[in-house]
Design a protein around this ligand. Structure first.
Ligand code: ADP
Ligand code: MG
Length: 264
C-alpha cells in the first residue's frame, strides 16, 4: 500500500555564518490517511524543521516529500499549520479569521454555505459563542481553539501542528487535547503533531516518532500506540499498557538520548 504522506530520505543543511549546518539526515516516514502521528524529541533536534518541510515552508536539501504521490513544493491549502503561538490576525474577529481561509479554499461555493461552514468549525472547537470577539479579547486557550478551527475549516489533507498546546496551562491543555481527539475521531484527519510532552504523545497518537538529537538528527524509533479509542485520560492512568508505552518514550528520550554513550 502506498503511503498518504511519504517522507523519503529527507535531509537538510542550513547555510550559517559558521558554515553549513546539517540539521536533518535520512528522515524516512510513511503516514497513512487518518493517522495521528506525534513527533517527539529534545529541544532543537529538528522537529519544527521536519514539519516546515512538510508544510512547504522549507526546502529539503535531499530527499522527497510526497503527499498523495505529489511532490510538496511550497505551501498549499492541502496542508494547514497550527503553530504554538496562535497566529490570528488581531484586527479581525474570530469569525473573520476563520472566514478568511474558508473564502480562499471554498471560493466557488455560495456565501451562505461558507458562512455555515465557518460556524460549523467554530462549533467543533466550542468557540461559536465568541465569534464576534477579537483575538485580544479572548484567552490563549481560546485563541488556540480558533487556530485549530481555522485549520480544520480549510479541510486540509494533513493537519500540521507545532506544539499546539505548549503555551497553555495544564487544565486548558487537557481540555484542548480532548477536543482534538474528539474532532479527529469524527473527521478522521491525518495529523502530524510536534510535542515534547510524553503524556500528550501517548494519549493522542497512533504512532510516536522519536527523533535523535541533532546535528544530523534522524528518526531513532517509531512506537505504535496500541491503546483502544476513544481514550480517556483518567482511565488510562490505571492502564498498565499506558504506563509501559510512556516508559518506552521516556527511556528513549532520557536514557538513550541524554546518555547515548553509556546506553550504546
Ligand atoms: N534557518 C535556519 N538556519 C540555521 N539553522 C537552523 C535554521 N532553522 C533551524 N536551525 C537549526 O536546526 C536545528 C533544529 O531546529 P528546530 O527544527 O527548530 O528544532 P526543534 O523544533 O526540534 O526544537 C537547531 O539546531 C536549529 O538551530
Ligand atoms: Mg520547534
Amino acid at each position: 500500500m502506498k503511503a498518504y504522506l511519504d517522507l523519503e530520505a529527507i535531509g537538510i543543511v542550513f547555510p550559517t555564518a559558521r558554515g553549513p549546518f546539517r540539521a536533518l539526515q535520512d528522515i524516512n516516514l510513511k503516514v497513512n490517511q487518518g493517522e495521528f502521528i506525534s513527533l517527539i524529541g529534545h529541544s532543537g533536534c529538528g522537529k519544527s524543521t521536519v514539519l516546515n518541510i512538510v508544510a512547504g515552508l522549507l526546502d529539503a536539501t535531499e530527499g522527497l516529500c510526497l503527499l498523495k504521490d505529489k511532490e510538496v513544493k511550497g505551501p498549499g491549502p492541502d496542508r494547514a499549520v497550527v503553530f504554538q503561538n496562535h497566529s490570528l490576525l488581531p484586527w479581525l474577529t474570530v469569525y473573520q479569521n476563520v472566514r478568511l481561509g474558508v473564502d480562499k479554499v471554498m471560493a466557488d461555493k455560495p456565501k451562505t454555505e461558507r458562512h455555515d461552514w465557518v460556524l460549523h468549525n467554530l462549533k467543533l472547537v466550542h468557540m461559536e459563542h465568541a465569534a464576534e470577539k477579537r483575538p485580544g479579547e479572548i484567552s490563549g486557550g481560546m485563541k488556540q481553539r480558533v487556530g485549530i478551527a481555522r485549520a480544520l475549516a480549510m479541510q486540509p489533507d494533513v493537519l500540521l501542528m507545532d506544539e499546539p498546546f505548549g503555551a497553555l496551562d495544564a487544565l486548558t491543555r487537557a481540555h484542548l487535547q480532548d477536543s482534538v481527539m474528539e474532532i479527529q475521531a469524527e473527521l478522521g484527519n491525518t495529523v502530524l503533531m510536534i510535542t515534547h510532552d510524553v503524556d500528550e504523545a501517548v494519549l493522542l497518537s497512533d504512532r510516536i516518532v522519536m527523533m535523535t538529537n541533532g546535528p544530523a538528527a534522524t528518526i531513532g524509533e517509531i512506537l505504535a500506540v496500541d491503546l483502544p479509542r476513544p481514550r480517556d485520560r483518567l482511565q488510562l492512568a490505571h492502564e498498565p499498557r499506558y504506563h509501559a508505552l510512556r516508559s518506552q518514550v521516556l527511556e528513549f528520550l532520557y536514557n538513550r538520548q541524554m546518555r547515548p554513550k553509556e546506553a550504546a
